[in-house]
Design a protein around this ligand. Structure first.
Ligand code: GLA
Length: 729
């Protein structure tokens, strides 16, 4: 619901539990008034006064004036009195700064407009979604800024984006264009983010805010393993279950900046959007530029409350794939089993073993194309290697299908190996700066996806493969950060646009391939979770979470990712020991429980498993099939964090609506001597209900399980896992 108090220039946007309010100072300057608990009316809101203070500059606003530095801006600009980091910045054709933009008009639309060329939340007719469009304008340059706010009441979510329009006669250059800017008083808040590195994605970082700017971001061309495009501020007392949190996720897969700036007056400015450091955009007369979208969530029910809102909106309104609500297949991938060395014949025993366990999909990873026997060649040459696969993909897919599994295939569409036919034919198709070197990463260069003809050719090549064999699943990998980010094909004045144009090109390719092949399940990957973001999830409803498949490392990675991303999107596989990345040996059962906790699969030579592990694997598959709907679509609750205490415990649970059934998972990383019994307090059960622990005689009331807790019969030893199914009687 959007309420407009036209006389006072106040707008209140409300979901079922949240309100977001903004107003107009002197009818001209958009200011932020509230983001928090639901307000029943705008009556209690007042526009801020921003009195003169020593050293303040009084900027004319409408018929009055304001000290902009003291005003909570709705979309802050620099250079005319607000000295904080601006949300946007632009210069005119004479390189003068465009200093201001004042309210010109506003409209409320039913539903939500699409964002040109960018993935975004879509609304359905029953959602009751409404959009406030606020148009700001700078008179001298005729730059218009359209701020879009969409309310999705049932999802308890608000989305924001901005469109810049050059309605004048001279070019304008944008150098900053954030998706979100919110100013608010600080109340001892902490900043929460997800950071890491390859193999250590999504480490949960939480820290108090000193005065100054605190940011995470990427200038690696992709959202990256190092930082996730998500930002939250939380009360310092907030837990998984209680406390106020304001959070935003950016629907974008390229360079981004997420920043919280605390002023000496104890005000906060939150900024989230494209990273201005690698961004510049020329707006010719008549042209427009649209920022990516930010998804905003406010909750008083702690981090689980935040996550559940993100999960629902991403799953139900962002993911476009037909698979978003379908049970995702249990797969086996050959990568960790074979790396590049396989043939048609050597793969079949894995498929046979998988068939015996009830696995549903076989994914052929890197090495099936060109002359690829290691990572030095052939990216770009997407035609089957007949030496390894003599009967072609069709012949292999036929064998796989005959064994009752579907067939999936790995690609790395954005890359080219210098040692490839594609590169020999088009040496200028990679990102590069003429006259300088072309350094490789993993022996590869990045194709220039800012060029339409490059994108078209890659679409053509992939489609040719996808049409040549019954492929049901595509793993879309991306194994190199972007450097030398310049496209010689762009005119000089637009060359700085390459980074964002690359992302737009990528989205076009993903959009075209996924919509032309709607019955293929596409999965994202970037050396694991190097591009685990809401932008990719719009096209590909699941992503390989990390190349680190160690069960202990995965507890942290999957816990961290679940803060924002739905469980169905987090791919997790049971792999061999000693683990390939960290050398750790964990029990087969524990590896199973960690992978079962997400989007489940295997990645090891199943044919070489001993009898007992084979049986266990088949049991895991059967269990997952039975409970897949609950795991992939149910409510997910984090209970104990591997990021807290001594980091030795982790636990979570899944609940069906109404609390009739629950799955509980608990892990003990390192054991200690003489430990007191561990009781795990559950949530979201019916307090009066009686629950039976499946497979045992134990019965408890919901109140007992949520109060005293469930006693965990964890085995002695390190890396132990416990799982149980609770059913209401
Ligand atoms: C990346 C992926 C792996 C695997 C290899 C293949 O590292 O994350 O899962 O596909 O590439 O080269």
């Amino acid at each position: 619901m959007i309420i407009r108090d036209e006389t006072r220039g106040i707008f209140v946007l409300s979901t079922t539990e949240t309100s977001y309010a903004l107003g107009l100072v002197e009818g001209a300057l958009p200011v932020h008034l509230h983001w928090g608990a639901r307000l029943s009316s705008p009556a209690g809101l007042t526009l801020p006064d921003s009195p003169r203070r020593p050293f303040s500059v009084q900027t004319p606003v409408g018929s009055g004036e304001a000290n902009l530095d003291g005003c909570p801006a709705e979309y802050g600009f620099a250079g005319s009195g607000d000295f904080r980091t601006p949300a946007w910045a632009a210069i005119d054709s004479m390189s003068y700064p465009i200093l201001e933009a004042w309210h010109e008009s506003h409209t409320v639309h039913a539903g939500k407009p699409d964002l040109a060329g960018l993935p975004s939340v879509r609304t359905a007719s029953g959602d009751g979604a409404e959009t406030l469009e606020l148009v700001l304008r700078d008179g001298p340059s005729s730059l218009e800024i359209h701020l879009f706010y969409t309310v999705l009441p049932e999802f308890d979510v608000i989305t924001r984006s901005a469109t810049f329009v050059n309605s004048g006669r001279e070019p304008i250059r944008l150098s900053r264009a954030a998706s979100l800017c919110v100013d608010m008083p600080n109340r001892g808040y902490e900043m929460v983010s997800l950071c890491g590195a390859w193999g250590r994605e999504a480490d949960l970082i939480r820290h108090p805010l000193a005065v100054g700017a605190h940011s995470i971001g990427s200038r690696r061309g992709i959202s990256s393993h190092h930082a996730n495009p998500f930002l939250a501020i939380a009360e310092s007392s907030a837990t998984e279950h209680h406390g106020e949190i304001r959070a935003a996720a950016l629907v974008y897969s390229g360079d981004f900046l997420a920043q919280v700036e605390r002023s000496s007056d104890d005000q906060l400015r939150l900024l989230l959007g494209i990273n201005p450091e690698t961004f510049s955009w020329l707006l010719a007369p008549g042209e427009r530029f649209t920022t990516p979208e930010a998804i905003l969530v406010y909750t008083e029910s702690g981090f689980n409350g935040m996550s559940q809102r993100f999960h629902a909106i991403i799953r139900e309104r962002l993911m476009r794939s037909r698979f978003r609500d379908r049970p995702r297949p249990i797969l086996v991938n050959n990568w960790e089993a074979t790396h590049f060395s396989f043939t048609h014949d050597s793969l079949l025993p894995i498929v046979d073993a998988a068939a015996g366990m009830g696995i549903e999909l076989f994914v052929l990873d890197d090495g099936w194309f060109g002359n690829r026997d290691d990572d030095r060649t052939s990216l770009g040459d997407w035609s089957v290697n007949r030496r390894k696969i003599p009967r072609g993909l069709e012949g292999l897919a036929e064998e796989v299908t005959r064994r009752g599994l579907r067939f999936g295939l790995w690609f790395e569409p954005e890359m080219v190996s210098p040692e490839s036919e594609l590169f020999r034919a088009h040496p200028d198709w990679c990102l590069h700066v003429p006259g300088r070197g072309r350094p490789t990463g993993r022996n590869q260069l990045v194709l220039d996806f800012s060029r339409a003809e490059v994108c078209d050719e890659i679409i053509r090549r992939l489609r040719a493969v996808l049409d040549s064999a019954p492929v049901s699943y595509v793993k879309w990998d991306m194994n190199r950060y972007l450097t030398h980010v310049a496209s010689p094909s762009l005119p000089a004045e637009r060359r700085q646009e390459t980074a964002h144009r690359y992302v737009l090109g990528l989205y076009r390719v993903m959009d075209e391939l996924t919509s032309r092949h709607p019955e293929i399940l596409f999965a994202g990957c970037s050396g694991g979770g190097g591009r685990f973001d809401a932008g990719i999830l719009a096209y590909m409803p699941q992503i390989w979470a990390s190349d680190d498949t160690d069960a202990v490392a995965r507890l942290r990675i999957q816990y961290g990712l679940s803060l924002v991303y739905p469980i169905s999107s987090i791919e997790a596989h049971v792999t061999d020991v000693p683990n390939h990345q960290v050398g750790r040996v964990t029990p087969f059962a524990t590896r199973g429980e960690v992978a079962i906790s997400a989007n489940f699969g295997f990645e090891l030579d199943l044919a070489r498993l001993g009898e007992s592990e084979r049986r266990q694997a088949a049991e895991m598959v059967a269990f997952y099939k039975e409970h897949r709907d609950l795991i992939q679509q149910g409510a997910f609750w984090r209970l104990e964090s591997p990021f807290e205490g001594d980091g030795s415990a982790a636990a979570w649970m899944f609940t069906e609506e109404g609390g009739k059934k629950a799955l509980v998972f608990a892990f003990q990383i390192l054991n200690v001597a003489n430990r007191a019994p561990r009781f795990l307090r559950l949530v979201a059960l019916d307090p009066q209900g009686r629950y039976r622990v499946e497979g045992s005689e134990d019965e408890h009331t919901g109140a007992e399980l949520m109060g005293r807790g469930l006693r965990l019969p964890l085995a002695a030893g390190d890396f132990a896992a416990y799982r149980c199914t609770l059913r209401a009687m």
